[in-house]
Design a protein around this ligand. Structure first.
Ligand code: G3H
Length: 547
């Protein structure tokens, strides 16, 4: 996003969309950009003296001459430095003999606890940067931070639980065995821009706590907000256990993948990028992939749905954080008998949404951080209306620059892009159906298979839909919007939507493998085992119980 010219600036000022630079709240990153030079490799926070990438906010500051949104910069590391990070992570893992993978679960938990304490002290700094970098409202930014802290604490409890189960031996057919979960190696963690903290940490922390070592690359938008946590990472873990890389994917990620030394790819983003990354690995079968990808979750409104509830859930389901959630409701199927009622009331509710800057009180619609996003959304709306769909509101009146007021498009049909493409933004396509086979066919033929929502009261209709949908998607929500939480529940998808399952307890499983020690039940073996246990000679073979 470049600095806007004088004429554009004039329009911005007269339209009163963005405040003057001086009137932006503190910390005012436009007045005082955050220049990140640090990166963490092998336990040392190093300083970069190469090229930098500028960071632009979705929020502009305006004055007489210009509109500015540059808020900082971060290192554009080289492939060489990325390989140094890989080397550090490999050394720290040391084929499973490193201090971290060989450490007891209890001690690893202690390190994570130390990290959480330090992380909590950075809450306000991270929240500020979430608002400035990705335009997320204060309320949602705080929620993202707090949810992440809760997730880490819940992960610690889940690991304790898992370890307690593994602290016992089994005896079967004359074989004594102890089964535990062991780490996998070097994990590359890459999160998405919409939940740059939460979604990244829901893979990064479980990967760490299970004894893996990590290279972490923040998403393209949402980099600076990780800076306040660098010290906490450096101080809480042994050298090389966590390393950060920043920069262009082709420059820093390709060499990592091509080395063949990435054991696990934890990536949340597009299936297109995931495919490129996987293909770069010389032995893709050796690399485990945990992927969170696209989705186009439908809501199906049955004729007897409680309209107030359905509208309320569909508005928040489609438009929380401007619809930039993988779990957002991205297409609404409404039965023709209630279509006009639903569409009219839905439109009224959307019109009431409060537009503003991320720090404004009770704001619901905020500016979009992706460059070119508003043009892309316009093109989806235009494609649909040119093919006969109806635009229900004059969204352009309230949209400008990075602001895009939600556009409601009714009468959407299968020949329109909005029917298939994941808009990932504030455009809501509505489809009229008369036969339930229509939305079901949509789900069957879709490239995606994450979640669906059903709104209605008729139990036999709901049950029929549930039984069909559960074999097409991975979560069916009744009379409620689609969502990931609570984090104890499995979060996954079919087709192009995901690979692997995440939840507090599932994440511990996906970043580890079951491994066991077995011995025949002879007197000699029993003596060996008793001695190892009594003298605490092994970390793996142990009956210690974590309280
Ligand atoms: O973008 C995808 C997120 O995992 C969605 O999480 O449903 O809690 O907003 P959420």
């Amino acid at each position: 996003m470049p600095i806007l010219d004088r004429e554009t600036t004039y329009i911005m000022r007269t339209k009163n969309i963005f405040p003057s630079i001086e009137h932006l709240p503190e910390p005012n990153f436009i007045k005082k950009p955050l220049r990140q030079v640090e990166f963490l490799i092998n336990g040392i926070i190093e300083k970069w003296n190469g090229p930098f990438e500028k960071v632009y906010s979705p929020v502009y500051g305006v004055d007489e001459e210009k509109a500015v949104n540059e808020i900082g910069s971060y290192p554009l590391l080289s492939g060489c430095v990325a390989l140094k990070a890989l080397d550090a992570a490999r050394k720290a893992y040391d084929s499973g003999r490193g201090e971290w993978p060989a450490m007891s679960v209890e001690s690893r938990i202690e390190h994570i606890r130390r990290f959480v304490i330090k992380m909590k002290s950075k809450r306000e700094e991270v929240v500020q940067l979430l608002m400035w970098e990705i335009g997320k409202s204060r309320k949602d930014s705080e929620k993202e931070f707090d949810r992440t802290v809760d997730y880490i604490n819940d992960t610690i409890e889940a690991l304790k639980q898992l370890d307690r189960i593994s602290s016992r031996f089994t005896i079967s057919q004359g074989i004594i065995a102890q089964v535990r979960r062991a780490p996998l190696g070097v994990v590359l963690c890459m999160g998405p821009y919409n939940y740059p903290l939460n979604e990244t940490f829901t893979t990064l922390l479980p990967a760490l706590i299970m004894g893996n070592t990590v290279i972490f690359k923040p998403p393209k938008m949402g980099v600076l907000l990780h800076k306040p946590l660098l010290d906490a990472f450096a101080e809480s873990f042994p050298a090389g256990v966590i390393n950060t890389v920043y920069g262009d994917g082709q420059e820093v990620i390709a060499p990592l993948m091509e080395s063949g030394f990435v054991d696990v790819l934890a990536f949340i983003g597009s299936s297109k990028v995931a495919d490129i990354l996987k293909k770069q690995h010389p032995k893709p079968h050796r690399m485990k992939s945990i992927l969170g990808l696209e989705a186009k979750n439908p809501a199906i409104i049955l004729p007897d749905a409680d309209m107030d509830q359905a509208i309320n859930e569909c508005v928040t389901g489609a438009l929380s954080y401007n619809g930039q959630r993988c779990t957002a409701l991205k297409i609404l199927f409404v039965h023709d008998s209630v279509y006009d009622d639903f569409v009219g009331r839905f439109k009224d509710e959307v019109e009431k949404l409060k537009v503003g800057l991320p720090w404004d009180k009770d704001v619901q619609i905020t500016p979009l951080p992706e460059p070119g996003k508003t043009e892309y959304l316009d093109s989806l709306v235009n494609d649909a209306t040119e093919k006969g769909a109806k635009l229900l509101n004059n969204y352009k009146e309230k949209s400008d620059f990075s602001f895009f007021f939600p556009a409601i498009v009714s009468g959407v049909k299968s020949n329109m892009r909005l029917y298939h493409e994941e808009q990932f933004g504030p455009v809501i396509p509505i489809v009229k159906y008369s036969n339930l086979d229509e939305p079901l066919e949509y789900v069957v033929n879709s490239n995606y298979g994450q979640q669906a929502s059903i709104f209605g009261e008729n139990t036999s209709e709901i049950a029929r839909l549930v039984d069909t949908l559960v074999n097409q998607v991975c979560r069916v929500n009744i009379n409620s919007q689609c969502q990931r939480g609570p984090d104890e529940l499995p979060f996954t998808g079919r087709k192009d939507s995901a690979e692997g399952t995440l939840s507090v307890s599932d994440a511990l499983r996906v970043f580890s493998i079951r491994t066991l020690v077995a011995l025949k039940e002879t007197a000699g073996n029993k003596e060996i085992l008793t001695d190892i246990l009594k003298e605490n000679r092994s970390t793996f073979l142990s009956t210690d119980f974590i309280f």
